[in-house]
Write a protein that binds this ligand. Structure first.
Ligand code: 13P
Ligand code: SF4
Length: 313
């Protein structure tokens, strides 16, 4: 059987199983295209977190993304039965901010609010005053009205927030980063701009400031998606993980020219989820694929997430 036919067969099998079992399948914009095609909803971290706030009328949720996203779903939807296709699909940046370094930073700066990027594990979120995502980081920090904040774990997002708001950010840890987005270099964007002088360059705020400075637009994955969709321009250089470009190619007017800033920008962790694993998790519901944040941690983390929603209403 050809690969294309095998993919179609698996997609049909999952859709059939899903219907029979009342399963909801949300997916992040970086998921493999064959998963995006059958997802119930696609989004950035903020959209997926907002979704988790709503009552989801499904017996089971199979969440396609990385660890912290499924945890956020569990924190905001404590009664739902949540599974992930691959428990090893973890975000390395989230692991850069264990709760002990936050406790230490808080002891050193007891008067400063703690703002944590949603790309953190639940135990770290439980130590935060408020959470933010790449879509609302500047708005959240500005709304706090503080002159200085502790901000973790992404140093590049912290620099972006500082530039946008004028609020000083103390990074925790000092140099947290995304292994995918730090691979973009300013020369890559500049070279593509030379080749495509009419193209609009969009990059994610997880890119280094030198890269952000040569781009035309800096925003979250869904912000980039909507920008390209609505724009009257024709050519776009896209500086983020290639999964987003796959979504753009499928959902946006084919006359628009999409130029990846790097074909090698692949988040291997996001790509650990596959159709086979989704099918198997629906059939077997293995305990090790279940995500349930203990209520003691969830309760505190929920407070920080709810503060984000409240500040950005
Ligand atoms: P978005 O919230 O912009 O989708 O980003 C999530 C992420 O992990 C980016 O690397
Ligand atoms: Fe984590 Fe970077 Fe992958 Fe996003 S792209 S999930 S920040 S490693």
């Amino acid at each position: 059987m050809s690969q294309g036919n095998r993919t179609k067969e698996l997609q049909e099998e999952i859709l059939k199983l899903k219907k029979g079992e009342n399963i909801f399948l949300p997916a992040h914009n970086y998921q493999r295209p064959e998963i995006q095609e059958i997802a119930d909803v696609l989004g950035d971290s903020l959209e997926l977190a907002r979704l988790a706030q709503k009552e989801i009328k499904a017996d089971t949720i199979v969440f396609c993304g990385v660890d912290f996203m499924a945890e956020t779903m569990s924190i905001l939807n404590p009664d739902a039965e949540i599974y992930v296709p691959e428990p090893k699909a973890r975000c390395p940046m989230a692991m850069m901010c264990p709760k002990n370094i936050l406790i230490k930073a808080k002891a050193e700066h007891p008067d400063l609010p703690v703002v944590l990027y949603v790309n953190t594990l639940a135990e770290a979120k439980a130590e935060a005053d408020v959470i933010c995502t790449s879509a609302n980081a500047a708005k959240v920090v500005k709304a706090l009205g503080a002159e200085k904040v502790l901000f973790g774990p992404d140093k590049n997002l912290a620099d972006y927030v500082e530039k946008k708001t004028g609020v000083k950010t103390i990074p925790v840890p000092e140099d947290g980063y995304c292994i995918v987005h730090v691979r973009f270099a300013p020369e890559m964007i500049l070279e593509l701009k030379r080749k495509h002088p009419n193209a609009v360059a969009l990059v994610h705020p997880e890119c280094e400031m030198e890269v952000q400075n040569v781009a035309d637009i800096v925003g979250s994955t869904s912000f980039m998606f909507n920008y390209v969709k609505e724009s009257k321009e024709k050519e776009f250089i896209i500086g983020t993980e290639i999964g987003l470009i796959e979504r753009m190619k499928r959902e946006i007017d084919g006359n628009k020219i999409l130029i990846p800033a790097s074909e090698k920008a692949i988040c291997r962790n996001m790509k650990l989820n596959t159709l086979e694993k989704i099918r198997d998790v629906i059939i077997n519901k293995p305990k090790e694929n279940m995500v349930k944040v203990p209520e003691k941690v969830a309760e505190k983390a929920r407070g920080a997430l709810e503060k984000m929603f409240q500040l950005t209403k």
